[in-house]
Design a protein. Structure first.
Length: 404
């Protein structure tokens, strides 16, 4: 758009310059001038100055005062100092990241992004009740630091859409109001946006093209399980806050305070000593474990607890099946030498149960082939074929029958 406007005014100036000549001759000269104008490739490069670079490229990145700030001295991350020096920002951030270790993790991440303007390839998920300050963090910390035109907040339906123009030339993307039941459809997209270094931009009526993916992401939600978090999670750090910010401070007063502290606070954050490795590392929280567990179907949850021999949790979850769980625990410890560790393979466990409880080699072969390579499918297949069990009172049968 910038270049189109530039060419428009350039052409208009040419016409005004040649106003005293016949219009036809003026138009001809204007066309000749325009044909000589270079055809720039538009780029967003945070390491290069705004304008024409390398002869044939036009860099549209205009750094904010924070990004262009030249750090002369580095400081240790000190939460107490921030509480004293920037009380309004501390009030907001300490409500979202409600202990010193969590807040230090986030401040390190911010400092890394402000200094390097690069992807961390992981994503912070902020959950909790409405009004904790998630939106204020985006509006009064993220956008002022990186630049309003390089940030965008999207809803779930924006991510579901095939059109990705809103993500073009962005440095930060916030996804608002996600919840688990809708996240299944967009999970793969979100995962690729977090980690991939390139992105395909599609706009209605325009050919798609691939460009660099430079943006970091955050997810905001009021749901306890805002997104499906896989057991092999490598992308999401989940933080929960349950205190509305208005219960701590008047919201209007907080906003005015954030504005007054903004520039000095953001420059201070950029001046912090930061660790790239820590910024690229996930922060483990109890909320994250809850999100993992809440992302599982009931059968997947049982499978994981069986694999990790979490017998007490199984009994708490299914007290009516305590006797069956104790029996299967005894049999697992008897027939599986690895039962005392957290690395028990569900596949191995159930293969052994099959050989113990099934008599027919044909049935064993059939179930064994279905089980191989897929732990979760194993327990489902075993449930489907439970009628083949010869010993109807076996603990494995009782366990499955009471669970499912």
């Amino acid at each position: 758009m910038f270049l189109l406007l530039s060419f428009y005014f350039y052409f208009l100036n040419l016409l005004l310059f040649f106003y005293h000549e016949p219009l036809k001759e003026a138009s001809k000269k204007a066309r000749n001038f325009l044909h000589k104008c270079p055809n720039y490739k538009i780029i967003l490069d945070t390491t290069l100055p705004f304008g024409v670079v390398n002869g044939d490229q036009f860099n549209i990145f205009e750094p904010t005062e924070v990004i262009s700030f030249n750090v002369s001295e580095r400081y240790d991350i000190d939460v107490d100092y921030i509480e004293t020096g920037f009380p309004y920002h501390y009030t907001l951030l300490s409500n979202l990241f409600n202990d010193a270790e969590r807040l230090e993790y986030f401040l390190n991440r911010l400092s890394y992004i402000f200094n390097e303007v690069k992807k961390t390839r992981n994503c912070i998920v902020l959950t909790g009740v409405q009004g904790t300050g998630k939106g204020l963090l985006y509006d009064y910390v993220i956008k002022p630091a990186l630049g309003d035109k390089y940030c965008v907040k999207l809803l779930t339906h924006n991510i579901k859409s095939n059109f990705t123009g809103l993500l073009h030339n962005k440095l930060f993307v916030a996804i608002d109001e996600t919840e688990k039941r809708s996240s299944y459809e967009i999970l793969d997209k979100i995962k690729s946006y977090i980690t991939d270094t390139s992105i395909t931009i599609e706009r209605k009526g325009i050919d798609s093209f691939t460009t660099e993916n430079k943006f970091n992401m955050m997810i905001f939600s009021n749901s306890t399980v805002p997104i499906k978090v896989e057991q092999s999670n490598r992308r999401f750090s989940v933080f929960k806050s349950d205190v509305p910010i208005k219960n701590i401070i008047d919201t209007n007063l907080l906003i005015e305070g954030l504005k007054s502290e903004s520039l000095e606070f953001l420059k201070f954050i950029k001046s912090l000593k930061y660790s790239k490795k820590y910024a690229e590392t996930l922060f483990t929280t109890q909320e994250g474990e809850v999100a993992k567990e809440g992302s599982l179907s009931e059968i997947e949850s049982i499978c994981n607890k069986l694999k990790e021999v979490r017998w007490d949790e199984l009994i708490n979850d299914y007290p009516e099946a305590e006797e069956a769980i104790e029996l299967i625990k005894e049999e697992t410890e008897k027939y599986n030498g690895y039962a005392s560790t957290a690395t028990v393979s569900l596949l191995l466990m159930y293969n052994q149960f099959l050989y113990i409880f099934l008599n027919s080699p044909l049935e064993i072969f059939y179930l064994d082939s279905r089980l191989r390579g897929n732990d979760y499918a194993g327990i489902e297949v075993l449930t489907q074929k439970v009628s083949f069990l010869r010993k109807q009172e076996s603990s494995i049968y009782n366990l499955l029958n009471q669970f499912l």
